[in-house]
Design a binder for this molecule. Structure first.
Ligand SMILES: O=c1ccn([C@@H]2O[C@H](COP(=O)(O)OP(=O)(O)O[C@H]3O[C@H](CO)[C@H](O)[C@H](O)[C@H]3O)[C@@H](O)[C@H]2O)c(=O)[nH]1
Length: 319
């Protein structure tokens, strides 16, 4: 397996660059394609000299870039996307272009170049406000409440259909809130930046009770790699796994952890948010994924949500 050549779309981003480090350290040849709109070459600085590593700067909305990126590749990890749920009500077109159309371009390039294996970074947001908690992979009907979640679900549908039609082996990974080294967005990043600007106050969007499952990026990349390989051993055409942890933390808990680690004593302001205390339109207030399916195959996260948040806060403060 190690002589396989792997493409990571969005590989200069937060999850992608951590995955690139991991796969290169395991001896794989890795190619990254990224337009650097959300990612950064700085995230690849440990890899750029490696002979098994290659970086292409390019926008995958261009079919020619997609085509050149997949040439000679055995496995594609498709992570390139706009990661912001919160822009759903302002920029649906960006989410369509970057999170749906771009997936189509990758699938077309794979079909034309006979590339047969795809792992996709999908999201917990495909479930919308699930009535079953913890939410298993076979929960339905799927009713996303953000355009971001809708776009991820549309990509999953394209991947399933291409996999069956053109005989690919693919897996969609529905990720809980991923945090850790190199994350440049999301609640931890936002709170730390706000407190660096003004130590005396912290504004929390929403009512602070938003409760979600958080997972450290190191657990995510190990999980995706492990589960994809298990599925390949069984030649499964298309499959879906949740990747998360077994507990949840609230936004208020996260604020308290950050405040304590920064040694501050700010006044906390709750904006109240929108639509019953959400941070923004389409913010799912309560999310916990069932990870029993992945556990039954032999994967489980090393860190729970609390441990992951604490580690991610340390990493952000020391970066
Ligand atoms: O200043 C802030 C920023 C965030 N929040 C709250 O913190 C929670 C988490 O927000 P993030 O922006 O960290 O993350 P999201 O839940 O919106 O989305 C994240 O997790 C999803 C999967 O669960 C997707 O994969 C997505 O790409 C990823 O950013 C939300 O409830 C939000 O309301 C605040 O209260 N104040």
């Amino acid at each position: 397996m190690v002589n396989m050549k792997i493409l990571i779309t969005g590989g200069a981003g937060f999850i992608g660059s951590n995955l690139a480090d991991y796969l290169v350290s395991k001896g794989y040849s890795v190619r990254v394609v990224d337009d650097l709109s959300f990612g950064s070459v700085d995230n690849l600085k440990d890899l750029i000299q490696e002979k098994n590593f290659e970086f292409i700067k390019g926008d995958l909305r261009d079919p020619e870039i997609a085509n050149n990126s997949v040439k000679g590749i055995d496995i594609v990890y498709h992570l390139a996307a706009n990661p912001e749920v919160r822009i759903s009500s302002q920029s649906p077109s960006s989410l369509y272009e970057l999170n749906v159309y771009l997936t189509y371009n990758i699938l077309e390039a794979m079909r034309k170049n006979n590339v047969k294996v795809l792992a996709f970074a999908s999201s917990s947001t495909v479930y919308g406000e699930a009535k079953k908690i913890p939410t298993p992979e076979d929960y339905g009907p799927l009713e996303p409440i953000s355009v971001y979640g809708g776009a991820k679900l549309a990509s999953e549908a394209l991947i399933s259909s291409y996999s069956h039609t053109f005989k690919l082996n693919s897996v969609s990974f529905r990720l809980a809130n991923v945090i850790g080294k190199r994350s440049n967005h999301g609640v931890i990043h936002d709170f730390i930046e706000k407190l660096k600007k003004d130590k005396t106050r912290l504004e929390i969007l929403g009512d602070g009770t938003q409760s979600k499952s958080y997972i450290h990026v190191s657990d995510v990349i190990e999980g995706m790699h492990y589960l994809l390989n298990k599925n390949l051993e069984k030649n499964i055409i298309y499959d879906v796994y949740n990747i998360g942890s077994d507990d949840q933390v609230t936004v208020m808990d996260i604020a308290k952890i950050i405040i304590e680690k920064m040694g501050l004593n700010p006044k906390i302001y709750l904006t109240g948010g929108v639509d019953g205390g959400r941070g923004w339109i389409g913010d799912v207030k309560y999310m916990l994924l069932s990870i029993e399916k992945a556990k039954s195959i032999g994967w489980r996260p090393k860190l729970n949500s609390y441990e992951a948040v604490k580690r991610a806060v340390d990493e952000a403060l020391n970066s």
